[in-house]
Design a binder for this molecule. Structure first.
Ligand code: FMN
Length: 292
């Protein structure tokens, strides 16, 4: 009896879940090819049928960061990247931004979190270091703190996986931006310790209301709209979270470049669309970082 009740409940739950899955943002992603592979083996032509973005090989960029020098004359930009797939549009945006900063005379470092095997989990052993600044920083955290200290700008880059920094990037903020390094208590309250630095977000998304840029840059859905309210509410949410974090650390939030107009993987005019995306990102960086 118990078993059959459970079977009924489980079947009902599965039936309820099905429409929700179809309505998920991924289903309307610009990169999405409308095929539905339900479980089973990995398809051989995964590049052709994935709903993830895949930049065609001939259009991929390989960028070598020029690195931070010791003389400190040029502004230094640190990219903290949490994306396992180097063929993604997210990585194309990282490479586009890194190249643009270098062309404008800035120094660039890229921390590829998957490549360096960054451990994002804040464990019990170093919990009180992160929370209160007690004890020495774990070795891997100390390395990252040196690099963060040297940077003028920190650009966080990750694909939108459930509307928050993805796990590896979020873990970087939890472990590296620890108390006594990024902020401390004073008699007047919390003091951010990373003054004179700026942060920025570059995020590729599947569907956040249609737009490119930040608040106010949505594609209007009705006559008379300048942006669109769905896009603006997503952008305001992301901005609010990063504004709050910036306040903690004492840094300035310079803004965000979010894209949910990814070219479809098989669009005939893919190259033009990708170029437009790169140009839009560069214009956003020029504006937000005051580049000339
Ligand atoms: C685990 C997971 C969760 C996702 N959640 C969202 C989401 O909440 N909102 C969204 O817009 N896209 C979501 N997506 C879709 C990705 O943002 C989308 O595939 C986008 O193309 C990612 O950028 P990339 O292809 O450059 O890596 C999700 C993708 C994954 C893998």
């Amino acid at each position: 009896m118990q078993k059959s009740v459970c079977a009924l409940v489980c079947a009902a739950a599965a039936a309820l879940a099905a429409p929700a899955l179809q309505a998920a943002p991924e289903a309307v992603s610009g990169a999405t090819v409308k095929v539905n592979i339900q479980g089973g083996a990995m398809p051989e032509n995964v590049d052709a049928v994935t709903s993830a973005s895949v930049v065609p090989e001939k259009l991929r960029q390989k960028i070598v960061p020029n690195g931070f020098t010791r003389d400190g004359k040029a502004k230094r930009v640190l990219f903290v990247v949490g994306d396992p797939r180097h063929e993604s549009v997210e990585w194309d945006l990282v490479n586009t931004a890194a190249k643009h900063f270098m062309e404008k005379g800035l120094e660039v470092e890229i921390r590829d979190l998957y490549k360096i095997g960054f451990n994002p989990v804040l464990p019990l052993e170093s919990f009180f270091h992160a929370k209160d600044g007690f004890g020495p920083a774990p070795k891997d955290v100390a390395v990252e703190q040196l690099i963060v200290s040297a940077a003028d700008y920190i650009v966080f880059c990750y694909p939108n996986w459930h509307d928050s920094p993805n796990a590896i990037t979020k873990g970087y903020t939890e472990r590296v931006f620890s108390k006594q390094f990024a902020y401390r208590d004073t008699e007047k309250g919390l003091e951010g310790l990373l003054k004179d630095k700026g942060i920025f977000l570059i995020m590729n998304a599947g569907w956040v209301g249609m737009g490119r840029g930040s608040v106010g840059d949505g594609i209007p859905q009705k006559a008379g709209e300048k942006s669109n309210p769905i896009w603006d509410s997503y952008m305001t949410a992301y901005k609010t979270v990063w504004d709050d974090t910036a306040g903690f650390w004492g840094v300035k939030n310079l803004g965000q470049f979010v894209n949910d107009r990814t070219p479809g993987n098989h669009d005939a005019d893919y190259a033009e669309k990708l170029q437009k995306l790169r140009d839009d990102l560069k214009a956003s960086l020029d504006r937000n970082f005051g580049l000339k």
